[in-house]
Ligand binder design. Structure first.
Ligand SMILES: [Zn+2]
Length: 287
């Protein structure tokens, strides 16, 4: 990357964006295949990456719709990109863009508060194990998150065996995807054992397949059957496919208000730290 002061006009000439750097970047698709992009502009005020279609291909370029929201972009017959058609834009959900030889100034200045935020707002005791001698941070997000606690009485009966009742929650989407392209995670907490399972999801719609996977494995390993699922009433759990899965498997599905693990007996304690971290991350991401 090398410094530039290119001006880009958007919409009308009054709206000028400034590019600060120009250089080469790598676009990596969901199969891990890479292509090199030349003349990539770094525009600090843009909050998403834009690709110029005519610059992407030499010979052939095609877009085909796989279903209502998923499209596949084929570049010169040997590079494919999966895209969602959100907001009438083609959004590359599982691809990533990396600047090559990027100036160290963009990414390397990470402070204690950055680490505290990135690690899910842990207590100072945990952070000081990673960074001995670090100062205790006054984090605004932690304060907001802790203020939101409301007193709750558990109203669900206590359980006596594993898989009798599990609490589920999906957290995300996160602005930054994981290396494998996941934007969400599903937490499953056994009310009896407090055992936590975390599964990473690329799309919200993956919830049902992950829950089925969990059910098969957990039932096989424990010789018990899953009886009650407790989740919030969000669309990820409150849909026809999930309802059919529960009724076909004889599972009772309880809905609790979102992010109130206190409604959930034993899982309350197990879930508390995950939800607290998640709540911090959601406040931080302005979700
Ligand atoms: Zn914090």
């Amino acid at each position: 990357m090398s410094p530039t002061n290119l001006k880009i006009s958007t919409g009308n000439d009054q709206n000028i964006l400034e590019a600060k750097d120009i250089g080469t970047a790598q676009l990596i698709n969901d199969q891990g295949k890479k292509i090199l992009l030349q003349y990539v502009l770094f525009v600090p005020k843009l909050n998403r990456n834009l690709l110029s279609l005519p610059r992407l291909f030499k010979h052939t370029f095609s877009i085909s719709m796989k279903n209502d929201y998923l499209a596949v972009v084929d570049i010169d017959g040997d590079f494919k990109l999966s895209a969602h058609t959100d907001n009438n834009l083609l959004e590359l959900k599982n691809s990533s863009l990396f600047a090559i030889n990027s100036g160290a100034s963009y990414f390397s200045c990470v402070s204690e508060i950055d680490w505290h935020s990135r690690l899910g707002h842990p207590h100072h005791n945990y952070l000081s194990k990673i960074f001995p001698g670090s100062k205790e941070i006054e984090c605004e997000i932690c304060m907001i998150s802790k203020m939101k606690h409301q007193p709750f009485e558990s109203h669900l009966k206590t359980v006596s065996s594993v898989l009798e009742s599990v609490h589920m929650d999906v957290v995300g989407p996160f602005a930054t995807q994981s290396i494998s392209g996941a934007s969400y995670f599903l937490t499953i907490i056994g009310e009896f054992s407090g055992f936590k399972t975390i599964m990473f999801l690329k799309n919200k719609s993956d919830v049902i397949s992950k829950v089925k996977l969990f059910k098969t494995e957990a039932e096989k390993q424990t010789q018990k059957s899953l009886k009650v699922i407790i989740s919030d009433g969000g669309g990820k759990f409150n849909n026809q496919e999930f309802t059919e899965f529960c009724s076909d498997s004889g599972i009772i599905h309880h809905f609790s208000p979102p992010y109130t693990p206190q409604n959930n007996g034993m899982a309350e304690r197990a879930n508390k730290s995950i939800i607290e971290n998640a709540r911090c991350l959601m406040i931080q991401s302005k979700l």
